[in-house]
Design a binder for this molecule. Structure first.
Ligand code: K7E
Length: 560
């Protein structure tokens, strides 16, 4: 903990890295080994569990929080109890699950195919059994009402095949999947927080020709990115905005007026050198009211059944705020005022004040005038979480640290006062992407726990082969100092999670299926047509080349 001032007596992992890197033996032994041959992590780890809050959940006790994790290329959503960090359930979405039949049953195949574009359905019909075989889940988010979780749905993106899925939280099953036309990939995805969800904002990260009908293949001046708003109730695309640059992550305000996305490659380059040439890229701000009015008055082009609005530079519907090169995470603070764009290639994060956005859209101020702080935190700032005391927690990917900093101090420093906004840095193991504070993405942030989702572990778990587990580390943030209290291995690659207090789901998650649940509606309809009473008939119906078997089971007996 080299940067933890109170902890100077302990051996720094950074010092150990420096020593080990000198000799080949050190390199062969990995950077976790110092002179003693004991993993550095074992030396720096506190002997007993630190932190003021209890993490043990005794037999018979329940966790206080649900954590909904994405899973990267695994294509599913996972439910973990916090603080015990026990995995409770997996929800198959874009993957095939032989334990539950997802991707095999008629019900799941219908959900996996009915929301695809006609072109994709046609394409998949001829191969791949009619469905995509994978997905890439980055961003799970719960629906909101009035700035906090309402326990209705969890939404998850598929970056690989440009899909958005909805999970019903009463049964913890996916009930809708749609493919979004006119864009390629959905990366950043966030729900509207106010008045409710409402919209799901989906960033089309990669630029493509619009429409992408195969006519344009190599003229990059005809390639654009798309920002989509999907109606979470109907799961239909409400509108899209064509913008400059590659959209990365997104978030929404607590007033229901604006959404905003980080953007890289403002250069419109195609090689790495071209894409990172400029000192600055930008945050694109979307004016929801103006866009809705544009849809009403017809200021759009309809492409593949969706109103597409021109939001490129000079448009009344967007504003572009310059920030340092290639910003990544986009996080609105629970105070409802501050929005943080995380630097990625720059060591800074940029803080904007949403109360200034009206004036920006009315051209009374310049884009950079909405910036109220820009603290330098360390190398590779990716994502920021928040407590309820005005502090922010930013992951530093290259430094492998979480940096705790204070919003108010950062604003004062930006105005020229000699104050240091950095409160504390803590080592995490290693390479953190997202982090999350308990309820920290809502107005009800409670400042109790922080999860650091680290993309890499070494020496933290029993060796299970060359592919190391990732490491989701639990940090107690209830006191003045962050304390690491638990290491949790996880399989590829969660990226992101949301931490939902269990009270948000109490009484909402059912234990027994209702007989008339729409999930089974087709089977119930077919049974009625076959003259079968589902609860008591055991019958085989032969219908041409199809055979339908009806049976019930009441353990240990099976009806047929
Ligand atoms: Cu930073 Cu796709 Cu949210 Cu990964 S993204 S870390």
């Amino acid at each position: 903990m080299a940067h933890d001032d109170a902890d100077k007596s302990k051996i720094s992992r950074r010092q150990v890295v420096g020593t080990a890197a000198i000799g080949a033996a050190g390199i062969a032994g990995g950077f976790g080994l110092g002179n003693t041959g004991v993993p550095a992590t074992a030396q720096t780890r506190p002997a007993g569990r630190a932190g003021a809050q209890k993490i043990e959940v005794a037999p018979g006790e329940l966790d206080e929080y649900y954590v909904f994790f994405s899973s990267g290329q695994t294509g599913e959503v996972r439910i973990v109890g916090m603080p015990s960090m026990r995995e409770l359930m997996r929800i198959p979405v874009f993957n095939r699950c032989s334990a539950t039949g997802w991707g095999e049953t008629n019900e799941s195949l219908k959900i996996l195919t009915e929301g695809l574009t006609p072109e994709t359905r046609e394409r998949l019909k001829r191969r791949l059994n009619g469905v995509w075989q994978n997905g890439d889940c980055h961003h799970p988010h719960m629906s909101f009402t009035d700035g906090t979780y309402d326990g209705r749905y969890v939404f998850i993106n598929d970056k690989a095949n440009t899909r958005l899925a909805r999970i019903r939280t009463d049964i913890m099953k996916c009930d809708k999947i749609i493919e979004i036309p006119n864009q390629y990939t959905i990366h950043g995805m966030r729900p509207q927080k106010y008045p409710r969800t409402g919209y799901l904002f989906c960033n089309g990260e990669y630029e493509i020709p619009i429409p992408n009908d195969g006519k344009v293949l190599d003229d990059k001046s005809k390639y654009w990115s798309i920002f989509s708003a999907v109606d979470g109730d109907t799961m239909k695309v409400a509108w899209q905005v064509m913008v400059d640059g590659n959209l990365d992550n997104t978030d929404a305000d607590y007033q229901g007026k604006y959404a905003f996305s980080t953007c890289y490659n403002s250069e419109k380059g195609v090689t790495l050198a071209e894409m990172t040439a400029s000192e600055q890229d930008w945050v694109t701000i979307f004016n929801i009211k103006r866009i809705e009015d544009a849809v009403k008055k017809g200021d759009f082009k309809e492409i593949n059944g969706v109103p597409v609005i021109d939001g490129r530079h000079g448009s009344p519907y967007t504003r572009y705020v310059p920030v340092s090169n290639s910003p990544h995470g986009m996080n609105t603070a629970p105070d409802g005022i501050h929005v943080v764009a995380n630097g990625k290639l720059a060591p800074t994060v940029t803080v904007m004040d949403v109360r200034l956005f009206d004036q920006l859209f009315d051209d009374k101020i310049k884009p950079r005038d909405v910036v109220v702080a820009e603290p330098e935190l360390g190398l590779g700032p990716l994502h920021t979480g928040f407590d309820n005391k005005g502090n922010a927690y930013t992951t530093l990917f290259l430094d492998s640290q979480v940096c705790k900093w204070n919003l108010d101090l950062a604003k004062r420093a930006f105005k020229g006062e000699k104050v240091n906004p950095i409160v504390q840095k803590i080592d995490v193991h290693y390479q953190p992407g997202h982090n999350h504070a308990s309820m920290g993405e809502t107005k009800e942030a409670d400042g109790k726990w922080l999860l650091s989702l680290n993309k890499f572990s070494k020496d933290r778990f029993l060796n299970a082969g060359p592919l190391k587990p990732e490491n989701d580390q639990l940090i107690d943030i209830s006191g003045d100092k962050m304390e690491l209290v638990h290491d949790g291995p996880s399989f590829a690659e969660p990226h992101d999670a949301v931490i939902v207090h269990r009270s948000k789901l109490e009484g909402k998650v059912i234990s027994i299926w209702k007989r008339d649940d729409p999930f089974f509606a087709d089977a119930v309809k077919q049974a009625a047509a076959d003259g079968v009473v589902l609860e008591k008939d055991a019958k085989v119906i032969r219908d041409g080349k199809k055979v339908r078997v009806y049976m019930y089971s009441s353990a240990p007996a099976i009806a047929l």
